[in-house]
Design a protein around this ligand. Structure first.
Ligand SMILES: [Zn+2]
Length: 473
């Protein structure tokens, strides 16, 4: 069944027999890649569902075990606004936000869950920063497999909700070194998994057909473990060989958040080996990878294609996220918006030339990060109190809303607020009621006391808005 598959180290080249639970090279610790029998010609199988159109370039699986939720075959949008702003010839957005669970990893989960079924596994376990766990949870439901996801506490809330809704058992761990008791019928999936990576090749294959069998000058990808960069490189080599594209050169650009950019640092220092980071500072949790297992392979892929690697600040990522949503109608998560931020930065640096054709891969949907969506909505609309209530905050009646509004102008004391409620808002309440509201607002973190001052011979307690209070007024 798996006789035609071998595992090969991306670092030292050591070979291993396929085992679904073998992830890393035992000699050098680098990530492993799948080697399948070479094929001489290939056309996508149009009547197949999901990634199974590309069966011939994936590990062989009997048809009865192929699971699909309709992943892949995502739209390649033609960008107008961002293309014009960055003054390049053509820009396409490969929109993976529309995958079944909102992430490009659905391609990977389809392959992994199917292989687990074929190998008669009954349980899946994954150690996931978010998207992979959410995605595998959906595919394990479809495959009838038991799913256990180990997560770290900083996970995006939307991804946690997905795992729970798909029926996975979720366990919170402090580090992914912990191994729960696993039995022989359990398949473990990791972010640096050979099978998980192999399915990512289908993105580049689809782009090739969507561009009428041509390749772009640049493809821009986010990097965490470096697996997407490596898989894209692998797909480019397969494509060129099978389609005899001798003169065609697509440069790969890898982007990381500047708080956790070990691959970019190695690229910029001219190193061949990625040095692990000790203290990452990025809020983009899915890309918080300090020791990327495909880092060296990604570095090599970028260099061999003549590409580049660049780090992006959080504010640049948020700007790119807004541009994608408001200018192109694509709501991406921060990790996915990195590619647009990378394009803008490299254009400003003139590293990507004006006449270039570029594809940015938008790997996942913005709706998964509910905390960030809330922050953006509070910043960009005047619906603060409604959003606060809808997102589980305190029910702010007219009086409390008026108190917050009054305090948004400047710090005030109780009697002043009471007077303003009567005069400006026609709210007639007793002074003790104002203090009750102030006490409740303080307790909920919208308002804080900033000390007392003497006013007209009387000691007055002054109140002001906190950041939370300011966000909703
Ligand atoms: Zn090795």
């Amino acid at each position: 069944m798996t006789n035609n598959i071998l595992l090969k180290c991306t670092g030292c080249g050591a070979g291993y027999n396929f085992d679904i639970n073998r992830k890393l090279c035992s000699k050098c610790g680098n990530g492993l890649t799948i080697e399948i029998k070479q094929i001489n010609d290939f056309e996508p199988q149009q009547d197949a569902t999901g990634i199974w159109k590309y069966t011939a370039i994936l590990p062989s699986l009997d048809g009865e075990f192929r699971i699909s939720l309709g992943e892949g075959n995502t739209t390649l949008h033609v960008s107008k606004k961002i293309k014009d702003e960055t003054r390049i010839s053509r820009l396409w957005l490969k929109d993976e936000t529309v995958e079944p669970t909102g992430s490009y990893l659905d391609r990977s989960s389809a392959l992994f869950a199917s292989m687990a079924l074929q190998l008669r596994c009954r349980n899946l376990v994954t150690y996931s920063t978010g998207n992979l766990g959410a995605s595998l949870s959906a595919y394990s439901s479809k495959a009838g497999l038991m799913m256990k996801v180990c997560i770290k506490p900083g996970i995006d809330l939307g991804k946690l909700y997905q795992m729970i809704a798909y029926g996975a058992e979720v366990r919170v761990v402090q580090s992914f070194k912990e191994k729960p008791g696993e039995t022989g019928d359990t398949a473990v999936a990791t972010e640096y998994d050979p099978l998980i990576n192999e399915a990512k090749k289908t993105i580049m294959w689809e782009i090739f057909y969507q561009l009428n069998r041509t390749l772009p000058d640049y493809i821009i990808l986010p990097m965490g473990e470096g697996g997407l960069v490596y898989s894209t490189f692998k797909a480019l080599n397969e494509l060129k060989k099978l389609n005899r594209l001798t003169g065609c050169k697509t440069k790969i650009i890898g982007v990381q958040p500047d708080g956790c950019a070990p691959i970019v640092e190695a690229f910029q220092k001219g190193l061949d080996i990625v040095e692990p980071l000790n203290s990452p500072r990025t809020k983009i949790f899915d890309l918080n990878v300090t020791k990327p297992r495909f880092g060296n392979a990604a570095l090599k892929a970028i260099r061999e294609t003549g590409g580049s690697a660049i780090a992006i600040s959080e504010s640049e990522v948020l700007d790119a996220m807004n541009m994608l949503a408001e200018g192109e109608g694509v709501l991406a998560e921060p990790a996915a918006s990195l590619t647009i931020a990378g394009l803008i930065k490299l254009r400003n640096m003139e590293e990507i030339k004006e006449g270039s054709n570029v594809v940015c891969v938008i790997t996942g949907s913005g709706l998964k990060d509910s905390r960030l969506m809330r922050e953006i909505a509070l910043r960009r609309s005047n619906l603060g109190t409604l959003i606060e209530e809808l997102s589980g905050g305190m029910l702010l009646g007219d009086t409390k809303a008026a108190i917050l509004k009054s305090l948004s102008e400047k710090e005030k004391y109780g009697y002043q607020i009471w007077k303003e409620l009567r005069e400006k808002h026609s709210i007639n309440v007793k002074i003790p009621t104002v203090y009750q509201h102030l006490s409740k607002l303080t307790k909920e973190g919208y308002v804080e006391k900033i000390g007392s001052k003497m006013v007209l011979g009387r000691k007055r307690e002054f109140y002001t808005l906190t950041d939370k209070g300011r966000a909703i007024t």
